[in-house]
Design a protein around this ligand. Structure first.
Ligand SMILES: CCCCC/C=C\C/C=C\C/C=C\C/C=C\CCCC(=O)SCCNC(=O)CCNC(=O)[C@H](O)C(C)(C)COP(=O)(O)O
Ligand SMILES: Nc1ncnc2c1ncn2[C@@H]1O[C@H](COP(=O)(O)O)[C@@H](OP(=O)(O)O)[C@H]1O
Length: 334
């Protein structure tokens, strides 16, 4: 851990137009650890717990939400008396945005790295170091998403953790032809161990701790995207990059001093890649708020948030502090 210094020091700070300027910085105010987010990043990360807390509070105080019937097994309100359009699982953004959320994350990530000049020549499919490292970061985050929600050497971690905490698939009699067929086709292990399999045979996934998949996915996707585009946005807006990194000799430096990019200048338009990614981040935050208000318990939302945050921390923050990790995964904008 770097210690806090109390004297004023001189740093070489590249300014957004690519030239260097010597600035007197009061280092007692400067953030000194590469393990910590910059002040701006800290504020952006605080938006997530704020949305979750405000959403949960609203659901406790809004009379129509309080009076609606919450069904714990489905983590939602009874659709017949749902307090709003967004309290129904069938809402258009749930079906076409969140339920295929990684498709949107993948599309906006690819558009960003292919179109934005900070990753390589726009719409010229050259493999640059920055594109390759961004792709590695994306694949690492995608692996976390797959392990948590899709497959982890069998059932995904969210389903396994539900079982570990005492949950099970309680059978509800369903005589529909489809349910009978599903039951006949499924092996015992699958029948017991996955939420999807349980639902398909008309069972209720009940009794354990169900980490919110929506909270996890929406935070993972949106934080990955803004981590990727924030350095380019700050440059376009003529703002200084306040992140710090540890060099191989252990000296803590400003990320701005390390950056060699002159491909983005102040007042440069954001471009289609960043605008599209901002749209996906905006929709994610809206759906996070809706999940916070209408679905799950506060503890299930908290665990979804913590798991996503841990993955983002490992992929986007650890490389700032450990040069060997940085040489593989890189750091956005450097
Ligand atoms: C110019 C040089 C460019 C270099 C580029 C090089 C390579 C390309 C880079 C990357 C692409 C490589 C691989 C792509 C990897 C993954 C792509 C994944 C594509 C998809 O996402 S398809 C699947 C879509 N499905 C989803 O998104 C499902 C999302 N839903 C869920 O996870 C869950 O339903 C849930 C968590 C929302 C909730 O679950 P429930 O509780 O409701 O069951
Ligand atoms: N914002 C939202 N809008 C609609 N449905 C939501 C939602 N957030 C969560 N849900 C639903 O609540 C259930 C639990 O979500 P999760 O565990 O992914 O957070 C899921 O139901 P289904 O699995 O029946 O679709 C999911 O679709």
């Amino acid at each position: 851990m770097a210690t806090r210094r109390t004297t004023n020091a001189k740093f070489e700070v590249p300014v957004p137009n690519g030239k260097s300027a010597t600035a007197n910085l009061d280092s007692s105010k400067a953030r000194s650890s590469p393990w910590l987010p910059s002040a701006l990043e800290g504020v952006l990360f605080l938006v997530y717990p704020l949305i979750l807390i405000l959403g949960s509070l609203y659901s406790n105080f809004d009379p129509s939400t309080r009076n609606a019937t919450y069904v714990a097994d489905s983590q939602s309100y009874d659709p017949r008396t749902a307090p709003s359009y967004f309290a129904k699982k069938s809402n258009i953004l749930n079906v076409y945005f969140v339920k295929v959320g990684w498709l949107w994350a993948t599309a906006s990530f690819l558009l960003l790295i292919v179109s934005h000049p900070s990753f390589g020549p726009s719409f010229d499919f050259q493999v640059t170091r920055r594109r390759a490292q961004a792709t590695l970061r994306f694949l690492s985050i995608t692996t976390v998403w797959i392990f948590l929600t899709q497959w982890f050497f069998g059932p995904p971690i969210i389903d396994r953790s539900y079982r570990w905490t005492g949950g099970q698939c309680a059978m509800i009699q369903s005589d529909s032809l489809a349910a009978q067929q599903e039951k006949a086709e499924m092996g015992d292990a699958e029948l017991i161990f996955t939420h999807a399999a349980c639902k398909a045979i008309g069972g209720a996934w009940t009794g354990g701790h169900d980490i919110s998949g929506h909270v996890f996915l929406l935070i993972l996707c949106s934080a990955m995207l803004w981590q990727e585009f924030l350095p380019a946005v700050l440059r376009s807006w003529g703002q200084r990059d306040a992140r710090v990194i540890a060099a191989a000799d252990g000296i803590v430096k400003s990320a701005a001093a390390e950056s060699t990019s002159s491909s983005v200048t102040a007042n440069q338009p954001l471009g289609v890649g960043i605008q599209f990614a901002m749209g996906v981040v905006g929709l994610s935050l809206w759906m996070l708020l809706m999940t916070a208000v209408y679905f799950h318990t506060w503890f299930e939302k908290l665990t979804g948030f913590l798991v996503a945050l841990t993955a983002i921390y490992v992929v986007y923050f650890v490389p700032r502090a450990i040069p060997a990790a940085r040489s593989v995964l890189g750091v956005p904008g450097l």
